[in-house]
Design a protein around this ligand. Structure first.
Ligand code: NAP
Length: 237
């Protein structure tokens, strides 16, 4: 799973490890993964850290292949790592558009493609791509991010159709407003404006998202594929 060092990804890593899986957590540096690795190990779980910039397609594909080869199987892939480079349409640079598409969308394609071979071999797979309500509703200032997250939906549904007969499910979990480093940088007025639009009247936590992904990747979630599970306190309905 990617983006395991902090925020939503860290909670996903802890959750999946608590379900008895060996979690291979990816972030750009091994240093960033030390804390989550220590927490999982202390709780009796199994965690391996992998440093990889998922924007580098060659490195990402090689890493996924090596993980599958080392363990002789690959059961679950969670594409969670993501970035924002927000700006209004008129002022958005090509570089900011391309970077967000590469890290948030293309990386998921590359990882899914690399994971599909070992998953097909094992006739089992659970793919979860972490989307966003921005990809469903749109969001002013996020044309790049919303395009990438909307792209994940079409890609995931296509993968679900292609690989379903091999025992592989593919779903999107779309978080709403979750308290992490990504949202900590937003101006206070953005948060004040968001809260009244959330029927449950609170921002989400990484654990809220991890719970949905934990269920989808468990045996109980095995008959759900091609879906977008929105975990947002009711914000996008
Ligand atoms: P975050 O706190 O900013 O964490 C981002 C994670 O992605 C970190 O672990 C980071 O690791 C990793 N990462 C970023 N760029 C990477 C790269 N090039 N290569 C490898 N790893 C990279 O973000 P978050 O809020 O937990 O978000 C997680 C996911 O949920 C993202 O896909 C985000 O779009 C989505 N989401 C979040 C919210 C929200 O409200 N927070 C809402 C909707 C959707 P390092 O920095 O250690 O490399």
């Amino acid at each position: 799973m990617t983006g395991a060092s902090r925020g939503i990804g860290r909670a996903i890593a802890e959750r999946i490890a608590s379900q008895g899986r060996i979690v291979v957590g990816v972030a750009r540096s091994l240093d960033g993964l030390k804390d989550v690795g220590a927490a999982i190990t202390a709780a009796g779980g199994r965690f391996e850290a992998q440093a990889c910039d998922i924007g580098d397609s060659t490195a990402l594909a090689q890493m996924v292949e090596q993980v599958a080869e080392k363990h002789g199987r690959l059961d679950i892939l969670v594409n969670n790592a993501g970035i924002t480079k927000d700006g209004l349409l008129m002022r958005m640079s090509d570089a900011d558009f391309d970077d967000v598409i590469r890290v948030n969308l293309k990386s998921a394609f590359v990882a899914c493609r690399a994971a599909s071979r070992p998953m097909m071999k094992g006739r089992f797979g659970r793919i979860v791509n972490v989307g966003s309500v921005s990809g469903l509703m749109g969001n002013a200032g996020q044309v790049n991010y919303a395009a990438a997250k909307a792209g994940l939906v079409g890609m995931t549904k296509s993968i679900a159709r292609e690989l379903g007969s091999k025992g592989i499910t593919a779903n999107v979990v779309a978080p709403g407003f979750i308290e992490t480093d990504m949202t900590a940088v937003l101006p206070p007025q953005v948060k004040e404006q968001a809260l009244p639009n959330i029927p449950l009247k609170r921002f989400g936590t990484p654990t809220d998202i991890a719970a949905a992904i934990g269920w989808l990747t468990s045996d109980e979630g095995g008959y759900v594929t091609g879906q977008v599970i929105v975990v947002d306190g009711g914000m996008a309905m």
